[in-house]
Design a protein around this ligand. Structure first.
Ligand code: LMR
Length: 356
C-alpha cells in the first residue's frame, strides 16, 4: 500500500518538472524569436528592397553617353526584375564634372562616365594619351587601345582612387568651333578656347596661339554665348545637343582629337555587392557599351546633318595641306606629355596604331 503522504511530494516533483520544461521551451522560443526574427526580417527586406544605383553624367540624353546610360538602365532592371534600379541624372543635374568625382568618393553617387580627358586632374595623367592631337585616324585605332592590354592597364590604375573601371565608351572625333573659320594655325591666335581639365588639351591650345580656359561642360554654352570664351572643341553630338550652334558662327571639321569615356563605379559600393549582383552590372554594362560604341559614329553624323539643316553655323573642311600645318603646329604637345608620363606610355600608344 502506498502511504498517502508519499504521493504528494511525487506529484509535486512531476508538475514542477513539466513546468520547468514548458518554461524553458517558452524562453527558448522567445530567444529564437528575439534573435532570429530581426535577422530574418532584415534579410527579407534586403531581398525585397532594390539596390539603387545613381548614375550621374553631364551631357544630354540624346548623345552617345546619354543613350548608353539609358540602355544600361533598361538592361539591368529587366534582367534583375527590378531588384537593381538605376536612377540616371543627365545634363549635370546632380553634379557638374568638377564635383562628380568627389561626390562618388563621398558615396553620393555610384556610377559616373567622365570623359577620358578628366582623369589626368585626378592623378591619372596617362589617360591624357587619348587627348594627343592626331593620334587616331579612325575609330578602329581607338578600339585597339580600349580593347587591348593598354586599355585594361589604364582601367586597373583607377583602383588607386577607389574606382572600378567597367569599360570604355566612344563619343567621337572632336572639331573646333569659334566665331570665325579655323583653317590655319594663325586663325587661333589670341582666341580664348574653352577646354576640359586636361593639361594636354590646354597645351594643344597654347601651341596654336590660343588661350585655354578650363570650364565645366555645363557652363560652356553660356560662356560661349556671353563671350567669356571665343571658341571650343567637341564632337558634333555635344555641340548640337548643347545648342552651341546658336552661339558659334563657324565649325571647322578638324577631327584633330578624340573624345571617349571611362565608366567607373565606386569601389566601396562594388565591394558590398554580391558576386551575382556584380555580374549583373558588368554584363548589362558590357552589352550597353557594345551597343553604344556601335551607334556613336552614327549619332555624330546625324547631329552634323541636323546642324547643316539649321544653316546657323558655317561648316568648313580642311584641305590636306591645312591639316598638315595644323598637325605639325601641335606636335610639341606629344613631347610635353611624354615628359610627364614617360615615353614608354607614348610608345605603347603608338604601337597600337595603324600607320597613318
Ligand atoms: C566636355 O566636357 O567637353 C565633354 O567631355 C563632356 C562630355 O562628357 O562629353
Amino acid at each position: 500500500m502506498v502511504h498517502p503522504l508519499s504521493q504528494a511530494p511525487q506529484h509535486f516533483r512531476w508538475s514542477s518538472v513539466v513546468g520547468l520544461h514548458v518554461l524553458s521551451i517558452l524562453s527558448l522560443l522567445f530567444l529564437l524569436w528575439a534573435g532570429y526574427v530581426p535577422a530574418a526580417m532584415a534579410q527579407a527586406q534586403q531581398i525585397s528592397e532594390p539596390v539603387r544605383i545613381r548614375f550621374s553624367h553631364v551631357v544630354a540624353e540624346n548623345t552617345p553617353k546619354g543613350q548608353t546610360a539609358l540602355r544600361f538602365k533598361a538592361l539591368l532592371e529587366e534582367r534583375t526584375q527590378g531588384r537593381m534600379r538605376v536612377d540616371i541624372y543627365p545634363n549635370a543635374k546632380l553634379y557638374s564634372d568638377r564635383d562628380e568625382m568627389e561626390a562618388m568618393q563621398l558615396g553620393a553617387v555610384e556610377i559616373l562616365a567622365p570623359s577620358l580627358s578628366k582623369f589626368g586632374r585626378l592623378g591619372f595623367p596617362e589617360f591624357e594619351l587619348f587627348d594627343l592631337p592626331f593620334l587616331f585616324a579612325t575609330q578602329a585605332d581607338v578600339r585597339r587601345i580600349t580593347e587591348g592590354g593598354l586599355g585594361q592597364a589604364l582601367l586597373q590604375r583607377l583602383q588607386r582612387q577607389h574606382m572600378v573601371g567597367l569599360g570604355f565608351l566612344d563619343n567621337g572625333f572632336k572639331h573646333m568651333s569659334a566665331n570665325r573659320p579655323l583653317l590655319e594655325p594663325a586663325d587661333y591666335q589670341g582666341l580664348r578656347m574653352r577646354v576640359q581639365s586636361s593639361r594636354t588639351i590646354a597645351r594643344q591650345m597654347r601651341a596654336l596661339g590660343a588661350r585655354p580656359v578650363d570650364l565645366p561642360f555645363s557652363e560652356t554654352r553660356r560662356a560661349l554665348g556671353t563671350g567669356v570664351v571665343d571658341g571650343t572643341e567637341n564632337p558634333i553630338s555635344n555641340f548640337w545637343t548643347q545648342h552651341m550652334h546658336e552661339v558659334q558662327t563657324d565649325l571647322t571639321l578638324t577631327g584633330h582629337g578624340f573624345l571617349g569615356y571611362a565608366i567607373v563605379v565606386s569601389a566601396p559600393f562594388w565591394k558590398n555587392l554580391s558576386h551575382q549582383q556584380r555580374q549583373h552590372i558588368q554584363s548589362a554594362m558590357n552589352d550597353a557599351l557594345d551597343w553604344g560604341n556601335s551607334v556613336a559614329t552614327g549619332q555624330n553624323e546625324e547631329a552634323l546633318r541636323a546642324l547643316q539643316v539649321t544653316g546657323k553655323t558655317r561648316i568648313h573642311s580642311l584641305t590636306p595641306e591645312q591639316r598638315t600645318r595644323l598637325r605639325s603646329t601641335v606636335q610639341p604637345v606629344w613631347d610635353d606629355l611624354g615628359h610627364r608620363i614617360g615615353s614608354s606610355w607614348l610608345q605603347m600608344a603608338r604601337d597600337t596604331q595603324s600607320s597613318q
